[in-house]
Design a protein around this ligand. Structure first.
Ligand code: RIB
Ligand code: CA
Length: 307
């Protein structure tokens, strides 16, 4: 079976790294590009972190630098959770700069979509700034996008403000543009990552499994996305696992829109399952995950990464 063509748009980011690491070892995926975006930390750090990760994993995937700020709003970094560099907790090798394209990420995404002989899946693990710029500037490429699988939004409460999830709330205008684009979307929100947690035993197993497992475990031990004792919330890895093993998840079709006005609820993803708003459904929303199988399959994948 031909590998599925994938673009990863990301703000590494500890959980981004844990997601990307397992994807790059999945033979059924052909990852054409890692596009950085400002999010957890600034664009220089997220771009450098992508390069450091690829250098460590010895994977030769082009990296392109993307948007340095949201469409309208100021950056709000998450260094409290990811450390100053964005990937605190593990000593990565010096990044090989030869992976870094001269081309800006939006242009790289446009080129890959235009040149691809088949539709392309885009996995977003950060704010949607690059994707909004891409589809507003080059609307003709929308038909070349198979699906956008996003770690973003929440069907319950948020993690930045009361209802806002970080990726959507950092750039809510970009998220609104993407949800209204007509492109097939699967939303893997906070509620899923809060259920799909790795335990202390899982981290210990990863530690013993090899270099990549040690790297992931070390990153998670320094990550403030959930202390080890209560389980590490697997936000970005749940979106990556949906891409690779959707059968682990339950989805429901819904109309999703993003609050961009009220200061009280900015970034909230309003999820309408039953047509209350009389709008056409525009997303498949992940509503549940088989936690035990998720944990087992993620640990198996991470423990078997060769680098
Ligand atoms: O809200 C969680 C998301 O925001 C994750 O993608 C994390 O890496 C941050 O980008
Ligand atoms: Ca992220």
């Amino acid at each position: 079976m031909k590998p599925r063509i994938v673009i990863i748009d990301t703000d590494p980011g500890i959980d981004d790294a844990a997601a990307i690491a397992v994807m790059l070892s999945e033979p059924s995926l052909d990852v054409k590009l890692i596009a950085s975006v400002s999010g957890n930390v600034g664009i220089e750090h997220t771009t450098n972190n992508a390069l450091k990760l690829l250098t460590f994993l010895k994977k030769d995937v082009p990296v392109a630098k993307g948007a340095a700020a949201p469409l309208l709003r100021d950056n709000r970094f998450a260094t409290n959770a990811h450390g100053q560099s964005g990937m605190g907790g593990f000593e990565f090798p010096e990044p090989k700069k030869e992976f870094l394209l001269e081309e800006n990420a939006v242009l790289s995404e446009y080129r890959i979509l235009k040149e691809a002989g088949e539709k392309v899946t885009i996995l977003t693990l950060g704010p949607l700034t690059n994707i909004a710029l891409l589809i507003q500037t080059f609307p003709e490429v929308k038909e070349k996008i198979e699906e956008i699988i996003m770690m973003g939004g929440s069907t319950e409460r948020g993690n930045i403000g009361i209802y806002g999830e970080f990726n959507v709330t950092i750039d809510p205008e970009a998220a609104k543009i993407v949800f209204r684009s007509g492109i097939p979307i699967t939303m893997v929100g906070l509620d899923i990552g809060r259920k799909a947690r790795l335990t202390a035993e899982d981290l210990e197993e990863l530690e013993k499994s090899g270099e990549a497992g040690t790297m992931i475990s070390s990153l998670f031990r320094s990550y403030d996305g959930g202390h080890v004792e209560e389980g590490v919330k697997m936000y970005d890895p749940s979106a990556a696992m949906y891409l690779m093993e959707p059968e682990l998840f339950e989805t429901k079709e819904a109309f999703v829109d993003v609050e961009i006005s009220s200061p009280l609820t900015i970034g909230a993803t309003v999820v309408d399952y039953d047509g209350t708003l009389s709008e056409t459904k525009n997303a498949a929303v992940c509503v549940d995950v088989d936690v035990e199988r998720f944990r087992r399959r993620y640990v198996e994948r991470a423990a078997n990464i060769k680098c």
